[in-house]
Design a protein around this ligand. Structure first.
Ligand code: GDP
Length: 371
């Protein structure tokens, strides 16, 4: 039944099996339709009704075709990244996808960092980091997409940066790209009627086009899903606890080299070896519970308290969570141990050994200290 209907937006064959593939429509909707009805797939429906592009995996053929399309345009590529989940939101290969087009890095969620931190220092740090990924941006901006003022300032700068070009906005999911685009649409409110949705040629991927002052456009592209993101293992309630909303208040712990910190039941930090007591500063959501214990007791605590004392996850989602995987680091200079999608632990100590644990598939990495 119903298995040869096509979406009248993108032309994809409609299906109810895979949300990430083109032509998806939930079975409950699809089964009610018959061949006389004009039917949109979920992706096209959202695009038409909510000005919202849908997320997609980087490996998807349509997405790769879109990137190819982009590299032969004369355009400015705006890559939005998340200051709070920097390594998780970097698109390796963006420089290659951009072709000869200039790239602007927009580091979003600047409001989450301590107010005392100077913008210049953060921009310098972001620039160094993107260089280390082989990205050579034309410029780096800090934004808070939640603030209209911040986005207005950015739009003014963008007019200089783009030098008469079209603008394509790309980014992984959860970096705040939709929030940014919505602010841009708000700012361009008079021109609301001329916001258009269309398709990348030869793909089922929609795009939103917002007119700029000249006859150029700003294009929103599908968000890229990174499978390793912690958010895939959390339900909406847990995600709320983990995603910081306001300036993150650093929490400092003095630890001995046999002590462990748990971040709910989602991550664990061990001070493994060192000469003395050291100071560790945690940058995670203010709502996330941090628990200190002796390392020798940590395994048992995790086993008996996951989903209870150590929450999130909650008791239901705990069973879905992959076992914690351990990564060991020798610290030589002021560094951050980063739990992708969760936050980081910062230390000035040197010549110590620490370990970070996260659900298998979620990255734990070391980087030069940000704060
Ligand atoms: P997208 O997947 O990239 O489109 O991301 P969304 O726009 O849906 O944003 C993901 C989450 O980050 C939401 O909870 C937003 O409220 C939040 N968010 C977006 N921009 C900012 C920002 O500048 N600062 C803060 N604190 N949160 C933000």
């Amino acid at each position: 039944q119903n298995n040869d209907l096509s979406c009248i937006g993108c032309g994809a064959l409609l299906q109810s099996e895979d949300k990430l593939k083109s032509g998806f429509l939930p079975a409950s909707v699809l089964n009610k339709k018959n061949s006389e009805d004009p039917i949109y797939c979920k992706r096209c429906f959202r695009l038409r009704h909510y000005n919202e592009v849908q997320d997609i995996e980087l490996s998807d053929d349509d997405f790769l075709n879109m990137l190819h399309e982009l590299s032969v345009e004369d355009a400015l590529i705006v890559n939005v990244v998340d200051l709070f989940d920097f390594s998780g939101s970097i698109i390796s290969g963006i420089q290659r996808f951009a072709g000869n087009n200039p790239i602007l890095i927009v580091a979003n969620k600047s409001d989450l960092l301590p107010k005392s931190l100077q913008n210049g220092k953060v921009r310098q740090w972001v620039t160094e980091q993107v260089h280390s990924y082989g990205i050579r941006p034309q410029n780096v901006y800090l934004t808070s997409a939640l603030s209209k003022k911040s986005v207005e300032d950015f739009m003014q700068n963008l007019d200089k940066e783009r030098q008469g070009r079209d603008v394509y906005v790309v980014g992984t999911t959860n970096v705040g790209k939709s929030t940014l685009i919505n602010q841009i649409i708000n700012i361009a409110a008079d021109t609301e009627n001329v916001i258009t949705t269309s398709y990348f040629p030869g793909t089922t991927l929609g795009k939103i086009e917002i007119p700029l002052d000249d006859d150029k456009i700003l294009v929103d592209t599908p968000g890229i899903i990174q499978k390793s993101q912690l958010s895939h293992y959390l339900d909406a309630k847990d995600l709320k606890v983990v995603t910081p909303r306001k300036e993150v208040k650093p929490k400092t712990y003095q630890l001995n080299d046999d002590q462990t910190l748990f971040f709910g039941g989602l991550a664990r930090f061990d001070y493994v070896m060192g000469e003395s007591k050291e100071s560790f500063v945690c940058y995670v959501s203010n709502e996330l519970y941090t628990h200190r214990t002796k390392t020798e007791k940590a395994d048992e605590l995790y086993e008996t308290q996951l989903g209870k004392l150590l929450t999130p996850p909650n008791l239901d989602s705990a069973s879905e969570l992959p076992a914690l995987k351990r990564y060991e680091f020798k610290i030589k200079e002021p560094s951050d141990i980063v739990f992708s999608g969760l936050g980081w632990v910062s230390t000035d100590a040197s010549d110590i050994i620490v370990a970070g644990w996260a659900p298998a598939g979620v990255d734990v990495t070391i980087r030069k200290q940000l704060i």
